[in-house]
Design a protein. Sequence first.
Length: 246
Amino acid sequence: MTHRTIFTDPDLAQFYELTPRDRADHTYCKVLAREARSVLDLGCGTGELTVQLAEGRRVVGLDPAEAMLEIARKRPNGEQVRWVQADARSFDLGETFDLICLTGHSFQFFLTEEDQLAALKMIAAHLSPKGLFVFDTRNPNFPGKKTRRKEETLSRTQHPALGAIESWNISEYDETTQTLSFINAYRQLETGEIFSAPSEIKYTAQDKVDQLLEEAGLCAQTWLGEWTGEPYHATSREIIPIGRKA
């Protein structure tokens, strides 16, 4: 078994969109973008949302993983997007945007308050005076289960090039640090080769997110608990702030 990173290794990046997902976050961001003349999609990954926002406006997709951006560039309408390989905690595009999105729980890959604050300061620096920001992070107080075993997540699907694929997820949550360690694994049934991708994400409570926003010079005007539009409450599944510069 070879341990690699799903975001940086081309062999693993190809599995990123293999499992169908409910993309209510994409639907919501497209609504937010209706009045925007420019959009920055931070942590854009393979560009699934980015290209949907590209028509009729200036759009930049930024991600630290070149393997993801290689997939993004090949998407239909990918040529309409400016793709930038950079770290969301430290970049300078020399321009501002009417909407900045950070979806797919990418915020949770910033494992320290310092990293979280750095990313939020980058959002503030690149947000136009009347621009909107939006991002999502899972709520640590949501009563649902965080830990998963292989047997609970095992599934099969078809890969367009590799054929039948078996996939699973193993995760373990540390209540003290509010950190989830997980492994995504994929096995090509024909050859038996296994690709695995260990990683960690950080859970952050809503009051701490609000404090970090204030420190970064941002202000949340709306707090959602789901991408379908429900307001945030203490045990919501998601924490989704939408706001502007303070």
